[in-house]
Design a protein around this ligand. Structure first.
Ligand SMILES: [Fe+2]
Length: 333
């Protein structure tokens, strides 16, 4: 199922963008767009010097629900958005459309240092990734999907690599043995590879409305865990398969696809969820190291008060150099 709504006028395909999304991301709209007048008529609006956000807000007040993009303009917009969302990683490489693997790893290594983690975390992360690449090359079932994911969703891949390093750092802070770090890498890099560019586009256009996600987006954790169980039960551990299944869950029950709550989330999954939440927050914000205390505090605030999240949250404070007492509570400065 494809949840991106489209319409055909005079043989051309137009894609609907909800007006709220258009307002929110107005700074990412760099091409003209259309305003639908009725079923078969639309008027093109050119980008001019005027304030686009204001203009779009006015349309919204007048009751406009969607704007329309011609194919090429829609792709331009979505690319700008995706790049915008990962601005944290790409600040210095803005013109670099497609990175090779060496460049990706270098970029993530730089980002790890930038947020104040030990560079040695990147060493371990890269070792694990090496092993993972070797393994996935031998999987006729997954290798094509993985290659496609790298090609279509490089930004997302960069995010997943970064999150895997954060996970490794958390595990090390808890004195977990290195083979668990390998499992974190596996689960972090496998979790999303069934997703296509289209799934992410629908996700962005849905603007938080879960009913507008594609089926593939909603169910990707379960679908992937099923494939792993069926085809790789011998080489991928049960823990990793569970972590893949649970990687989009959230302890307050707002995650998906199962809406699992607190204690029903496994320990390895909890690490991955914390790493992921931290990474997503970095991507969505302007992080400043000096402000890390408030940053982490606001991020964790009251959302992870469950026993199984106690260690991972404590570890996040540790790796960010924020002092806590023995039970993981902050020491007020
Ligand atoms: Fe995912």
């Amino acid at each position: 199922m494809d949840s991106v709504k489209q319409m055909n006028i005079d043989g051309e395909t137009y894609t609907f963008l909800p007006i709220d999304v258009a307002v929110k991301y107005s700074d990412k709209i760099h091409s003209g767009f259309f305003v639908p007048l009725n079923e078969s008529k639309r008027v093109r609006i050119e980008i001019d010097e005027g304030n686009l956000k204001e203009k779009l807000s006015t349309y919204k007040e007048k009751g406009l629900k969607n704007i329309l993009f011609a194919d090429e303009d829609y792709n331009l917009f979505l690319r700008a958005i995706k790049r915008g969302l990962t601005g944290f990683f790409f600040k210095e490489d803005e013109n670099n459309k497609s990175l090779n693997m060496q460049q990706v790893l270098f970029l993530v290594r730089k980002s790890i240092i930038y947020v104040g983690l030990q560079e040695s975390v990147a060493d371990r992360g890269e070792e694990n990734i090496d092993k993972f690449f070797h393994w996935i090359k031998g999987s006729p079932k997954l290798h094509p999907a993985f290659k496609n994911f790298l090609k279509e969703n490089q930004e997302q891949f960069v995010i997943n690599v970064f999150a895997s390093y954060v996970g490794i750092a958390l595990a090390e802070a808890l004195n977990w043995p290195p083979h668990l770090g390998e499992k974190i890498t596996q689960a972090s890099l496998l979790g999303d590879i069934l997703l296509t560019e289209k799934d992410y586009f629908a996700f962005i256009a849905a603007n938080g409305d879960h009913s507008k996600w594609t089926e593939n987006f909603r169910n990707h954790p379960i679908n992937m865990s099923k494939i792993l169980q069926k085809h790789h039960g011998q080489t991928i551990s049960r823990e990793v398969i569970r972590a893949v299944e649970q990687h989009q869950e959230f302890p307050d029950g707002t995650g998906y696809p199962q809406g699992l709550k607190g204690l029903s989330i496994d320990q390895l999954s909890a690490i991955i969820i914390i790493a992921r939440t931290f990474t997503d927050a970095l991507v969505a914000s302007d992080f400043a190291y000096d402000n890390r205390y408030d940053f982490v505090n606001e991020l964790l605030e009251d959302r992870f008060n469950y026993n199984n999240f106690k260690n991972p949250t404590k570890a996040l404070y540790t790796i960010m150099g924020i002092p806590t007492n023995e039970s993981g509570e902050l020491i007020k400065e």
